[in-house]
Design a protein around this ligand. Structure first.
Ligand SMILES: Nc1ncnc2c1ncn2[C@@H]1O[C@H](COP(=O)(O)OP(=O)(O)OP(=O)(O)O)[C@@H](O)[C@H]1O
Length: 456
């Protein structure tokens, strides 16, 4: 992984040596000879790792003081101290103050490289743990074998490695964020950060500080925004159509220049970020209504990708259900259940307006709420009422969901029997009046009733 590394030392030889070794490893290094230059460089963009000389002769702040400032403003940036021979104690105290590790001069190149790799790996793992916590048990596997999901997978494989900006459209809960993660994972930025910002959940007042960060003020440290956080990786802007107009102007400029100012700041922060955005709305309509900038739309959507609704890929429902059962069972210990054919037919024919997310929630609900013998299959009558409402039922309504698991011939027979019994009852058993009402010859109705086994 190529990382952005800052090397701070008052000795030019050391700066060059460390920089040269790390550059050879494929990293991008920058250097500073004193404390103020170092802090300015960090202000210009947060590095992913800092090598910091303990003494920093001739500087306003010594190395330990610079460490304190870094840890206060950017606690997540790992700092490796460069210590002179004989001041190991100081190096140890630096670790107590938050440094990741130290290297002692003179050092060997491989030791330097090893420490750098370890520090970067530790910070990457920390970030991943944070991401996993926020996703809490969600997966990044894209389940489904329908032609439409295969097509989506192919587009992701083609577009992922290109570094192009992508605008993902699709209804709520259909898997847009999952598709964005898959794009990130198939790009060269895979080991870099994947940062999510939800434009719908952020108020217009906080949008800019969330995206660009806030410069330090008296008493408050600098806050890093999502764009800087995503340096070297991908920024996913969810529901980009909800972005306030003013922020749209500023983000457009960032897309063009790849640099911006923090709120209240004067320095320009330069970043290398791939932007993937998503929308569940029709952005062309938003443009027509004057809510969304057309030029931003074209910049964000260099490649458009559409994620289908569940209703467009009903054949994937059984696989999605068994995948979620496995997943939920592994996470919670709840027993997996078998879904009977009639219930599966209902689940497959439901429209799922909340898409995969709603399907997953319902699987969880079934696993929790469906009592009875855990080995017994879940039948259609055990499904929540609102799931079955779009399914045709028989006049008597009893076990109507079962119709969906039958052939047309068998379903028609059940329907005819219940329909005719209900009509005959309605006309108090008078076959002539029933026949007249339903539009059949009296003799034909008699034959029908006989073939269905109704009446004497
Ligand atoms: N093809 C799929 N295979 C497995 N899980 C999926 C699939 N698609 C979506 N999911 C799961 O469904 C849930 C919703 O997906 P996701 O958050 O990606 O949807 P979204 O379209 O971004 O939603 P929103 O529009 O509400 O932000 C997540 O738990 C995700 O892991």
């Amino acid at each position: 992984m190529s990382a952005d590394i800052l090397i701070v030392d008052d000795e030019a030889d050391i700066r060059e040596l460390v920089g040269g070794i790390l550059d050879d490893e494929g990293h991008r290094t920058r250097t500073a000879g004193g404390s103020d230059e170092a802090l300015a460089s960090i202000e210009a963009r947060r590095p992913q790792l800092v090598f910091l000389d303990i003494w920093l002769q001739g500087s306003r702040l010594d190395g330990l003081q610079v460490l304190d400032v870094i840890k206060e403003q950017n606690p997540e940036v790992p700092v490796v101290m460069i210590s002179g021979h004989g001041n190991i104690e100081t190096a140890v105290s630096a670790i107590k103050r938050g440094a990741y590790d130290f290297i002692e001069k003179p050092f060997k190149a491989d030791r330097l490289v090893l420490v750098a790799e370890r520090a970067l790996e530790a910070s990457r793992l920390k970030r991943e743990v944070r991401e996993l916590r926020t996703r809490s048990g969600q997966t990044s596997r894209m389940v489904g074998r329908s032609p439409i999901i295969n097509q989506l997978r192919q587009s992701i494989e083609r577009v992922g490695p290109t570094n192009a900006r992508v605008l993902i459209s699709g209804p709520s809960g259909s898997g847009k964020e999952l598709a964005a993660r898959a794009l990130h994972m198939s790009s060269q930025r895979a080991s870099g950060p994947f940062i999510v910002i939800n434009a719908a959940a952020i108020t217009p007042e906080t949008m800019e500080s969330e995206l660009f960060g806030v410069e330090a003020t008296d008493g408050r440290g600098r806050r890093i925004g999502a764009l800087e956080e995503a340096h070297g990786g991908t920024l996913y802007i969810d529901e980009v159509g909800d972005m306030p107009r003013e922020t749209q102007n500023r983000i457009l400029r960032v897309l063009v220049d790849q640099n911006f100012q923090r709120v209240g700041g004067t320095t320009r922060v330069h970043v290398d970020v791939r932007i993937i955005s998503s929308t569940s709305r029709d952005l062309t309509q938003e443009i027509a209504d004057g809510h969304f900038r057309e030029d931003l739309f074209h910049r964000l959507g260099v490649v458009p990708i559409r994620v289908p609704s569940v209703a467009e890929r009903r054949e994937d429902v059984p696989e999605l259900i068994s995948f979620f059962m496995e997943q939920i069972s592994a996470a919670t210990g709840l027993a997996k259940r078998v879904i009977a054919d009639d219930a599966m037919a209902v689940l497959q024919s439901h429209d799922w307006p909340g898409n995969v997310r709603q399907l997953r929630n319902n699987v969880e609900r079934l696993m929790i709420l469906t009592g009875g013998d855990p080995d017994a299959a879940i039948t259609a009558d055990l499904l929540p009422a609102e799931i079955g409402t779009l399914v045709p039922t028989t006049p008597a309504g009893s076990g109507g969901e079962k119709l969906m698991s039958l052939s047309l011939r068998d379903a028609r027979e059940i329907f005819e029997r219940e329909y005719l019994v209900a009509q005959i009852n309605r006309f108090s058993g008078n076959i002539s009046r029933t026949a007249e009402f339903i539009g059949m010859e009296r003799s034909a109705l008699h034959r029908k009733l006989k073939s269905l086994g109704i009446g004497s």
